[in-house]
Write a protein that binds this ligand. Structure first.
Ligand code: PHE
Length: 343
């Protein structure tokens, strides 16, 4: 037995390890259940009594030698690993990180929100899955209005009380939700995704984005609406931008208007973007119909307000001269990489 221990000590001394796996193999060989040390301890039981003291001491020394050796191998391995990193050429340029870029719709949405927040608007949100009340009824849409038609609206669930679950077709539903819960005065801007049952083409999509504005207080007039929108147009499209308001119709505003901005591409001369008119239509707006205020429990004799709504895709198309709506949703990096923004 003495001989075996001596031999094994010599072998142990000579051992080296390159990897953590090598070290593990050594551990198993010596200290494992079926390892050498266990075998030696079994053999130790046969050693005559008079030799037990000497053999026991030898065996114990051998065991701690094994343990020390393994600890040492581990330490060396760690050290050599950190050395290799240390030996790398630190002056070598690092591999390039490819940075993502913001989606043009996010850039434009953030810019619009930023412009309105400078004059006191805060951001409001509402659900994309809505009900008939918030999308139509509370907004003064008569029951037979064509916008309620299956052709335009995605119905999610039919309900007995006729308050069917629908995907919102415009962000005006957020107006209703805000009027229902928020204290007056109200000055909010509501960006969000909307859904309409349209065939997808370069000029139409079944999913798009709008930004809604709502302002309610005492003595709010059409002049306030016009001033807010002129401020927005100048901030968004440049100091020289002009606006014009054309009479229009929405069930929830009275009077209603369509707002055009002067074409910033041709300076109002007429080009193929503005189809020779010098004007670009960008949003619907109007004074909130008293019926809408009353439907949300606001006294229309004391309060008045205005609302406006625009499509984010359309604004981004004008800003970046994008000709096909489908590009926004195709996730083609060659398209997406072209936009940069501070916002
Ligand atoms: N919700 C209208 C639309 O989707 C836009 C609008 C909003 C018009 C607010 C007037 C006031 O076309």
């Amino acid at each position: 037995m003495k001989e075996i221990i001596e031999n094994q000590t010599a072998i142990l001394d000579a051992l080296t390890a390159q990897t953590a796996d090598d070290i593990e193999q050594i551990r198993i060989k010596y200290l494992g259940k079926k390892g050498l040390l266990n075998a030696l301890f079994v053999e130790f039981k046969q050693v005559p009594n008079e030799e037990k003291k000497e053999m026991g001491a030898l065996l114990n020394t051998f065991k701690s030698k094994v343990e020390n050796k393994i600890a040492m191998l581990k330490e060396n391995l760690l050290e050599s690993q950190s050395n290799t990193t240390g030996q790398e050429d630190l002056t070598k340029p690092a591999s390039l990180l490819t940075l993502g870029s913001r989606h043009p719709l996010s850039i434009v949405r953030n810019e619009i929100v930023e412009i309105f927040s400078r004059i006191g608007y805060t951001v409001a949100e509402g659900p994309e899955i809505e009900d008939d009340w918030h999308v139509f009824s509370a907004l003064n849409f008569p029951p037979e209005h064509p916008a309620r038609d299956m052709q335009d609206t995605f119905f999610i669930e039919e309900r007995e009380d006729n308050n069917h679950a629908v995907l919102r077709t415009h962000t005006s539903s957020v107006q209703v939700r805000t009027m229902e819960k928020q204290h007056l005065p109200i000055r909010i801007i509501a960006p969000g995704r909307v859904f309409r049952n349209e065939a997808i083409s370069a000029r139409a999509h079944c999913i798009f984005h709008q930004i809604e504005g709502l302002y309610i207080d005492k003595d709010v007039s059409f002049a306030d609406l016009k001033q807010n929108l002129l401020y927005f147009a100048k901030e968004m499209f440049g100091e020289n931008t002009q606006i014009r308001l054309r009479p229009s119709y929405f069930p929830f505003t009275e009077p209603s208007a369509e707002m055009d901005v002067s074409c910033n591409l041709c300076g109002g001369e007429g080009c193929n973007i503005c189809k020779g008119t010098g004007w670009l239509e960008i949003m619907g707006c109007g004074m909130i119909d008293p019926n809408v205020l009353e439907a949300s429990g606001i006294d229309s004799k004391v309060y008045s307000g205005f609302a406006f709504g625009m499509g984010i895709e359309r604004i981004a198309m004008l800003k970046y001269d994008i000709k096909d709506l489908r590009l926004y949703f195709e996730n083609d990096l060659r398209f997406l990489k072209q936009f940069s923004s501070a916002l």
